[in-house]
Design a protein around this ligand. Structure first.
Ligand SMILES: Cc1ncc(C[n+]2csc(CCOP(=O)(O)OP(=O)(O)O)c2C)c(N)n1
Length: 601
């Protein structure tokens, strides 16, 4: 039922004997099923670059290392997290430039192998000065806190089995990046044979197979509680996507449990929004029905969601507060942070095993919870009416832009930025239809600038037009990647710029706090952006949209092969629907609206 964990095809040639370490590492990479990589070259990575460029891999060369890793991240998401993505960078600035996108991949559990060159062993700082080797920085110390493993590769101290185990870390447990640093002198040593490569690959595959075959016995009290509940609820998180669980298996689970389902913003494309049991994503910016359902449930299973502060409106304690809650997740630290919350029990386990076990043992009939489902559906209808009422006029606000892009067949794979006022509204109103996919660029970190490189990665992986949704501000942070798009005319990308002429999020918060703005728009220190010129650089068609009808025409003209930049001049009063807000009590103390109380204006 699960996708194959190890994509090793044994396709690499066995008719060679001694090769350099750099070639050995790249043959291992090919052996574990990696077909594509992203890189920006450098002197200290020269042998790695040569080995990567001369083998069977397809390497896409980006123009900044932050983009190299972000593109690898986007590739892995488009690849359903089914194998690690590959990024190759040089030492010093090559590595320091990756910090933002490596931390983003780590926080989002994106499997990846990052290979970096390092200065030769004799030049590595062992004398305690501030700087010693030319273009040397302490790669391991910098990357260890934001990777699953970061180590300097030395063949005399790392067996084939150890290398296989380190690589497998990227794909097992909670997935994430693994970093391998290779000093220049080691890259060029001649020592390895095809048998060595096979041993690494075998170890890697054995570990992945064992990981895929985990089982989970669910406690009887959970199963009893679920059967007894009058208002049960299932909340599915992004871990199901990261675990590469097929959509059909998610559907089987939902159909067996037959209870209302909520998703999170990161997992919203697990199921189509119009599935009769799906009721949106609850939280601080959400439909009123989703929050009412969450807060009225008497029994909730949170599966593969870590109940982070943004999802829970900074209050995990009150998130589903009237229910007996069970949280099933593989990360012991995430579960530990929830220990002690009222009516909440944690179960450490593999989400694939949990999905399989719940599907196997539970079969609830709709009969029993018919009144609860009817209530959920009546709240959904109320919310829909309020929504249509609030956004009756078809103008270029986040509601209609999201509605237009999510409704079209041409834009089924969407890569939105995770930063910005406009895109939050866009995500809030985006509807996954007919298997469309919503692949955040850097969801947890929320960095500006990751959307374009992430979309490039997705376009390398998929044979369709990738819709990238970015803010006008965020666009500029990796603007050099327009040259990567130019250099790769085979990539089909439609960039939708939600152009509100500045940093709307910052304008809003500064205005609220100071009644003044600083560096947030063209009145306070930023230049306005000429997107027509930028499109020209990237050899993208440029289309300006100032009305909903213009956007609709553009969206309907998109097809496989399209390369376009759509400059959407937003006509927005800033309203994004019901949202949590800070209020003040009689003594002037601030407090947040309860989720179930947030409402349409
Ligand atoms: C790398 C980075 N620097 C700064 C920020 C802080 N920040 C959050 S949103 C934002 C403005 C984003 O502007 P834009 O992309 O135009 O989106 P808008 O808010 O206008 O919708 C800034 C500066 C950030 N998220 N990431």
């Amino acid at each position: 039922m699960l996708e194959t964990r190890c994509l090793h095809t044994a396709s690499y040639k066995r008719d060679w004997s001694i090769v350099k370490i750099s070639e050995y590492l790249l043959k291992v990479i090919e052996g574990i099923g990696i077909t594509h990589g992203f890189s920006l070259v450098g002197g200290m990575a020269m042998h790695l670059n040569r080995a990567a460029g001369s083998g069977a891999l397809t390497i896409v060369y980006c123009n900044h290392e932050q983009a190299v890793v972000a593109a690898a991240d986007g590739f892995a998401r488009a690849d359903n997290f089914a194998r690690p993505a590959l990024a190759i960078v040089t030492s010093g600035p090559g590595v320091t430039n990756t910090i933002t996108s490596v931390s983003s991949a780590y926080y989002d559990s994106v499997p990846m192998v990052l290979l970096s060159g390092q200065v030769k062993s004799a030049d590595i700082n062992s004398v305690g000065v501030r700087s010693f080797g030319a273009q040397e920085t302490p790669h391991i110390a910098l990357l260890r806190p934001i990777t699953k493993a970061s180590f300097s590769y030395d063949p005399s101290g790392c067996s084939n089995e150890q290398l296989g185990s380190m690589l497998a870390l990227s794909m097992t447990g909670r997935k994430g990046p693994v970093h391998i640093d290779v000093p220049l002198d080691i890259q060029s040593q001649d020592v390895k044979t095809s048998d060595d490569v096979e041993e690494v690959v075998r170890t890697y595959c054995d570990i992945l197979d064992a990981d895929a075959n985990q089982s989970l016995i669910l406690p009887a009290e959970l199963l009893d509680g679920l059967c007894q509940a009058k208002q049960p609820l299932l909340v599915l998180g992004n871990a199901l996507k990261i675990a590469s669980i097929a959509q059909d298996d998610v559907l089987s689970l939902v159909n067996c449990l037959n209870v209302p389902v909520l998703l999170t913003w990161a997992s919203m494309d697990l199921l189509n929004y119009d599935h009769p049991l799906v009721f949106g994503c609850a939280g601080g910016l959400a439909g009123t029905h989703s929050n009412k359902i969450l807060q009225s449930a008497d029994f909730i299973i949170f599966l593969g969601t870590r109940l982070d502060l943004l999802t829970t409106g900074y209050n995990p304690s009150a998130y589903g507060k009237n229910a007996q809650r069970y949280v099933i997740d593989c990360d012991i630290a995430e579960l530990g942070k929830l220990e002690g919350l009222p009516k909440l029990k944690t179960i450490r386990g593999d989400v694939r095993a949990a999905v399989a076990e719940l599907t196997r043992v539970v079969a609830l009939s709709e009969e029993k919870i018919r009144p609860w489902l009817a209530l959920c559906r009546s709240w959904e209808v109320e919310n829909k009416e309020a929504e249509l009422n609030a956004f009756a006029e078809k103008k270029l606000n986040t509601y209609h832009i999201a509605d237009c892009i999510s409704g079209a067949d041409s834009t089924r794979y969407v890569v939105p930025t995770a930063s910005g006022f406009a895109v939050e509204g866009f995500a809030r109103f985006y509807k996954t239809t007919r298997g469309s996919r919503f692949a955040w660029a850097g969801h947890v970190l929320g960095s500006m600038g990751l959307a374009i490189p992430s979309a490039i990665g997705a376009a390398v992986r998929l044979d369709e037009c990738i819709a990238c949704v970015d803010g006008d501000g965020g666009f500029l942070l990796n603007v050099q990647e327009l040259y990567t798009i130019k250099a790769n005319p085979q990539l089909s990308i439609a960039i939708f710029v939600l152009n509100n002429k500045g940093y709307a999020s910052i304008v809003n918060s500064q205005t609220r706090a100071f009644h003044k703005t600083f560096g947030a728009d063209s009145c306070s220190g930023l230049a306005s952006i000429d997107f027509a010129k930028l499109a020209d650089i990237a050899t993208l068609e440029y289309r300006l949209c100032q009305t909903y009808e213009q956007l609709n025409d553009v969206v309907n003209s998109i097809a496989k092969g399209t390369r376009i930049l759509v400059d959407i001049w937003m006509q927005d009063d800033g309203y994004r629907g019901p949202s949590i807000s800070t209020k003040f009590d009689a003594e002037g103390r601030p407090y947040s609206t309860e989720l179930e109380d947030i409402s349409w204006r």
